[in-house]
Design a protein around this ligand. Structure first.
Ligand code: LLP
Length: 463
């Protein structure tokens, strides 16, 4: 790997334009365990390893860019969620964060259920052998064909998102001679993002049926009268990358209030509530996510308390973490191609991937960190922006971070916490080839989603 020197950019950039950064870390070679998958370490001789394998070896074998997923970390997180919620609750992994057949098998082995939100996710789940009764089917506009497949397969629940869908699923189930277990997704008027939540008037969105104005109560009324449906509960999902439990508390309270209203009106106690996903992870050292057992306790306590005061038996709780399980378990490995110091601003470091393998920075202004992983360096920190190879100035992977000022083309850098919503939202922009996902565990690495090839691109192009 080349180690040639190049003109270093500004070290600390006293000139700061838009963007966010704090001081450079004390030791650029250190890997903060908060943001890296559990088995990622820097050994005494300076090599970075995951699952016991040096990343330089992984790069040689699998190429870059590539996502490397720490399988034992993934499994440990599944178990932590399952243990935290215990046998009286259900954990559904949200497949939209990242889904593949291997993931489905791990979920089964670790005792988790699966939330899917499209025919494609349903196919992957069933193909990998997930029992249909352990699948929840979501989405605000499921097609008739998707609903038919889900009902025929015997999915454990369909989460109904609109009045049309209540009638549609009931009709399809009846036609197929089935009684489909369903939940109704309600909009509780809470919108939560990262450290904040707002508990007013967030019904202005496409998901769910509003509690406000009696809409949700009307949805329950209809669902209870339809023969094709077995209404098992109420569902609420309030947002994603959330740290503040207060939003979940308001949501749980409002869902329990609806259960009490349903009991009063119909004499029926719905047995389940689903509080969705959305728990945040650490993308940078500044984030402090909650542990699954804290989350389970906070949610369990509030539901129990609210049910006691409403005179209801405590329903079975389910949750749907996606990011919190897979997010921290993977990193993206890139090779540095060009380095452009911009006097008085920052140094642009271009890598061999970009917005096609991580759209989150461009789309959500997401924050990531980055580290040099093919060697150690004692050079001064240099403020960098890691950018991709796409024809777009918004093609940013890491907005502001520090890398050693002797960084050179050919160095390998890795961006941690890219397990969720990176491969699953990857694109072929500029005819980029979507990178592989390589699972690493106990000294073994195997491709679970292969790298796309130019033949893959041409195969779709039938004109
Ligand atoms: N349940 C439902 C009904 C959902 O809509 C979602 C995510 C989840 C569970 C899982 O949420 P999680 O635990 O992963 O936060 N692409 C965005 C995130 C979109 C989340 C959509 N729904 C991102 O990259 O931040």
């Amino acid at each position: 790997m080349s180690r040639s020197a190049h003109p270093a950019g500004p070290r600390h950039a006293d000139v700061m334009t838009e963007g966010h950064y704090t001081a450079p870390p004390a030791d650029l070679n250190a890997l903060d365990p908060k943001v890296w998958a559990r088995t990622v370490t820097r050994t005494e001789d300076g090599a970075v390893t995951v699952g016991g394998i040096e990343v330089t070896r992984l790069a040689e074998e699998f190429g870059t860019p590539a996502y490397f997923l720490d399988e034992s970390d993934f499994r440990a997180r599944c178990r932590a969620w399952a243990d935290a919620f215990g046998p009286g609750a259900d954990v559904f992994y949200a497949g939209k964060a990242f889904l593949s057949r291997a993931v489905v098998r791990w979920l089964q082995e670790e005792g988790l259920n699966l939330d899917v939100c499209s025919g494609g996710e349903l196919t992957t789940a069933l193909d990998a052998g997930m029992p249909a009764e352990r699948i929840a089917f979501h989405g605000n506009n499921k097609t008739v064909a998707e609903i038919e497949r889900a009902v025929k397969a015997g999915v454990g629940r369909i989460v109904l998102d609109s009045f049309q869908e209540i009638a549609r699923v009931a009709h399809i189930a009846q036609r197929l001679g089935r009684r489909q277990r369903v939940q109704i997704r309600v909009t509780v008027g809470v919108e939560a993002h990262t450290h904040e939540f707002i508990a007013t008037a967030h019904e202005d969105q496409k998901f769910g049926i509003a509690l406000a104005g009696g809409q949700a109560a009307e949805a329950v009324r209809r669902a209870l009268t339809l023969d094709g449906l077995e209404l098992i509960g109420i569902h609420s999902h309030i947002g994603s990358q959330i740290f503040d439990m207060a939003g979940f508390e308001v949501s749980a309270r409002r869902v329990v209030q609806l259960l009490a209203e349903v009991r009063d009106e119909h004499g029926v106690e719905l047995p389940e509530i689903d509080l969705g996903g959305g728990l945040g992870i650490a993308y940078t050292s500044e984030d402090d996510p909650r542990e699954p057992h804290e989350i389970a306790k906070a949610l369990g306590d509030i539901v129990t308390r609210e049910c006691e005061s409403a005179g209801l038996a405590t329903p079975r709780i389910s949750v749907e973490p996606g990011r919190a399980i897979v997010g921290p378990t993977a990193f993206t490995l890139y090779e540095v191609g060009t380095i452009k110091p911009l006097e008085g601003l920052r140094t642009y470091v271009s890598v061999d991937g970009g917005m096609s393998d991580n759209i989150r920075t461009a789309l959500y202004d997401a924050e990531y960190t980055v580290a040099l992983v093919s060697r150690t360096s004692d050079a001064e920190p240099m403020l960098v922006r890691v950018v991709g190879k796409h024809c777009e100035s918004g093609d940013i992977v890491v907005k502001d971070a520090f890398l050693p000022s002797d960084l050179a083309p050919g160095d390998l850098i890795a961006v941690p916490a890219t397990g969720a919503y990176c491969r699953s939202m990857a694109s072929n922009y500029n005819h980029a080839l979507r990178p592989p996902v390589v699972a690493v565990r106990d000294g073994r690495a195997r491709v679970i989603v292969r790298r796309e090839t130019e033949e893959d691109l041409l195969r779709l192009d039938v004109g």
